[in-house]
Write a protein that binds this ligand. Structure first.
Ligand code: SF4
Length: 245
């Protein structure tokens, strides 16, 4: 096929990104609950052996990249990967793959079920990787205040925490909003409350909706907040008030 006839953006959405080397694409996958199964990993190893060059590269967003796939093999690789229930990653102006540490599933300092929250964001809110937005948008979840997935450096960063102001020292979540890395990094603002999981879901839903509606193309959330003003932004996304009941 002529290079000009290839719809690279459509391929990106399917998880196949054009490489620097002419004629080659890399497959990018992602997790759906924070993990891959051993069987899924075996499939990815087989794809790298049969269609790539025996290379498997883990990304910073916990995806897997398999480079050096030929255009003619993309449909077949996609069929194999989807049959194994392996989710596809993406790039471009979309929600990126949410990163998640093990939390209380096995980390000894983990306070919250990070995999469970990840799943609720995808299944209850329908907010999942590849969702079209004006620019890239990242969510991270960590199980405790060590913030191993860098809560402060993503559009929405969440970590487990103990609410020391609550009479029962309830476990909940701290939320950072408006962080990002890249060439003009911003440290996200920390919201002044330890939230319940349901409150966190509401904050995510309203923040993503606000961003989708108001951001200009190629404007990160940090710059949108600077433009509208922090107070107005917080008002718009209706941060739940402090209560100690
Ligand atoms: S953020 Fe906390 S729970 Fe998550 S991996 Fe790091 S230390 Fe463990």
């Amino acid at each position: 096929m002529d290079d000009k006839e290839i719809d690279y953006d459509a391929l990106k959405k399917r998880g196949f990104l054009k490489q620097k080397q002419d004629g080659y694409f890399l497959l990018r996958t992602r997790t759906t609950e924070g993990n891959y199964s051993a069987d899924q990993f075996e499939i990815l190893v087989e794809v790298a052996r049969s269609f790539g060059r025996d290379i498997i590269h883990p990304t910073t967003r916990q995806g897997i990249e398999i480079p050096f796939i030929l255009f003619r093999d993309i449909d077949e690789v996609e069929r194999i990967v989807l049959k194994a229930d392996i989710a596809i990653g993406t790039s471009g102006p979309r929600l990126r793959s949410t990163t998640v540490c093990p939390g209380n599933n096995w980390c000894k300092t983990g306070l919250v079920d990070t995999f469970g929250l990840f799943k609720r964001i995808e299944t209850e809110l329908g907010i999942r990787c590849s969702y079209d937005l004006p620019h890239k948008f990242k969510i991270t979840i960590s199980g405790c205040s060590n913030r191993c997935t860098r809560a402060e450096s993503s559009e929405i960063g969440i970590h487990g925490a103990v609410d020391t102001t609550h009479p029962e020292k309830r476990i909940g979540y701290i939320v950072y909003i408006g962080g990002c890395g890249g060439r003009t990094p911003h440290f996200g603002m920390k919201l002044e409350k330890v939230f319940t999981e349901d409150e966190v879901l509401g904050i995510i839903e309203r923040t993503v909706a606000f961003f989708k509606k108001n951001a200009k193309p190629r404007q990160r959330l940090a710059l949108l907040i600077e433009e509208v003003g922090k107070e107005k932004f917080l008002e718009e996304i209706k941060i739940p008030k402090k209560d100690n009941t």
